[in-house]
Design a protein around this ligand. Structure first.
Ligand code: MSP
Length: 516
């Protein structure tokens, strides 16, 4: 039986269109999901939309539509974006769906029945854009929200509370005894310090608006949006219907989230699960933020980058490659159009595109499109290429397994360069002039096709469209259907003598940059 692997992205707020920062998070998760599928796991990859809350209700009111009408429009755009970005999610969960309402209410009911949810009076400070409650001492120096620095509102209302304080010690113990639970380590230390300050019970209902999931048996309250949202990870597995998906995939292997919401996932979520007597997720991975030319993205600064426009202009794979290559997972990273264009031109059009193009053109020109047979050729250059190939595969696997995605891209591309250098070292155009060197020529072209075959498998989690194109141009569909390729095929599959390649086509056109 295949080993299960469950990975999630955060569910995004449909308060506006998604930007390149959101696309970054989903691309990371998609690349990991695809790698795990390639490695033979049974993967469940979930994303979705977090649709409730006061902010959404206010936006809808300002536009004169119902909240559902408003989110329907935005969520359709989310789905379109993920399709265009080649995101391979297995489900898309909307918190407005009935399956989610029912699951969430069941959580509420069970936790209330066991006495861990009680009714009280909430007096506090609320940041509507972040949907977060704060205490006086948590505010920034101007008395604003410590996350987004916008004003908070004072609210006082009857509310339900969740006894988080009861679970603080157990969560702390779990974090301390499972070093892999919160990654990277810096985030783990922050969370330990946060819990050690003491956890207060969490207010988990509101009465000042109604766009949310009604509290069971007390529908003038709606469930707090974070309590509602976190449960999405379980709804999607069919928890209520005792679905086999739940048995198979829970606990999640990775909740991939942005650094500012690690706290919700590594503290509130475990408390909810402990109250439900459910196992805790294996890992919360907090990735860094994408900034634009060094600056935080915001509407007011007018520097929000729309991923859809970038895909229209450069294609999904170029954007995916840039995001994976340029930013170290866990750290903040910079997005700039110049850097994107320069990566496309150097790494994609030049290094990878040329390797494919030169190889296929030479096979057409010198061997009529056939990967010819040879024997008895084993030059130093061949041995060195072969050992570099094996070392590349080993490093690539290790880096992908440990989520060092940027390093894995660097490893592949140094092998791309190495293979280009092999062309210069062996100079096939010279070999082609001398009939006595027919075998050397055939060996050179064979080894290049093999390099490209290995490269196309290795890039497939990151660049699914390009790897498919390379596979096709190498004529490999007749050897193995691209969709059935597995990671072990890197070593197991070999191109046979007499193999015919297909028509070469350009992978990435060079982007001309206007000189100012
Ligand atoms: N709805 C909540 C998540 C609930 S999960 C149970 C939420 N939504 S969000 O739309 O505001 O953010 C979703 C994710 O996008 C977060 O993980 C956040 O870190 C990420 N990003 C938002 N801006 C980002 C960048 N500029 N760069 C990278 N990720 C960014 O929080």
């Amino acid at each position: 039986m295949k080993q299960p692997f469950y990975i999630t992205t955060p569910i995004y707020y449909p308060s506006a269109k998604l930007h390149i920062g959101h696309a970054y998070c989903t691309t990371l998760a998609d690349t990991i999901a695809r790698f795990k599928r390639l490695a033979g796991y049974d993967v469940f990859f979930l994303t979705g939309s977090d649709e409730h809350g006061q902010k959404i209700q206010r936006i809808a009111e300002s536009q004169g539509v119902t909240p559902l009408e408003y989110v329907d429009g935005i969520v359709a755009m989310f789905k379109e974006l993920w399709k265009r970005l080649e995101i391979s999610n297995d489900d898309f969960l909307r918190t407005s769906e009935e399956r989610h309402h029912l699951t969430c209410q069941e959580f509420f009911r069970r936790i209330r029945d066991k006495g861990d949810i009680y009714k009280g009076e909430y007096v506090g400070l609320y940041c509507t854009p972040c949907e977060s409650y704060w205490t006086e001492h948590q505010l920034d120096e101007n008395g604003n929200c410590p996350d987004c620095h916008r004003p908070v509102e004072k609210v006082s209302e009857e509310a339900y509370f969740f006894k988080m304080s009861k679970y603080a010690d157990r969560v702390l113990e779990y974090i301390k005894s499972n070093p892999e639970f919160i990654q990277p380590t810096s985030r783990r230390n922050e969370m330990i310090a946060f819990i050690e300050q003491g956890l207060e019970d969490l207010c988990i209902s509101r009465t000042t608006f109604n766009w949310g999931i009604p509290v069971p048996d007390d529908p003038k309250h709606v469930i707090y949006v974070w309590f509602d949202a976190l449960i999405n990870y379980i709804t999607a597995l069919g928890f209520l219907n005792h679905d086999e998906k739940f048995e198979k995939f829970w606990p999640a292997d990775i909740h991939l989230v942005g650094k500012e919401i690690v706290r919700f996932h590594s503290i509130i979520w475990p408390c909810i699960l402990l109250a439900m007597d459910l196992p805790l997720p294996k890992q919360i991975y907090g990735h860094g933020w994408l900034v634009i030319e060094g600056d935080k993205m915001s509407k007011s600064k007018g520097n929000v980058v729309d991923p859809m426009l970038l895909i229209d202009e450069f294609g999904a794979d170029a954007i995916r490659y840039f995001l994976l290559r340029e930013i170290n997972l866990g750290q903040d990273g910079n997005f700039s159009r110049d850097a994107l264009i320069s990566r496309i031109n150097s790494d994609l059009a030049n290094d990878l595109g040329n390797l494919l193009h030169r190889t296929l053109n030479m096979i057409n020109k010198f061997q009529k499109g056939i990967v010819e047979e040879f024997s008895g050729v084993n030059r130093d250059v061949d041995q060195s290429l072969e050992s570099d190939k094996l070392e590349t595969i080993r490093k690539y696997r290790a880096e992908m397994e440990s989520m060092k995605l940027s390093d894995a891209m660097k490893t592949i591309w140094s092998f791309v360069s190495r293979s280009n250098k092999y062309i210069d070292e062996t100079a096939p155009w010279k070999l082609a002039k001398n009939p006595d060197q027919k075998s050397e020529l055939a060996a050179t072209l064979y080894n290049l096709v093999e390099s490209l075959r290995v490269i196309s498998i290795m890039i497939s989690p990151a660049m699914p469209l390009t790897s498919r194109k390379i596979w096709k141009q190498l004529g490999l569909d007749s050897t193995k259907n691209f969709d059935e390729v597995q990671l072990d095929d890197i070593e197991n599959l070999r191109i046979e003598f007499g193999h015919r390649i297909e028509k070469p086509e350009q992978l990435f056109p060079r982007i001309e940059v206007e000189k100012s």
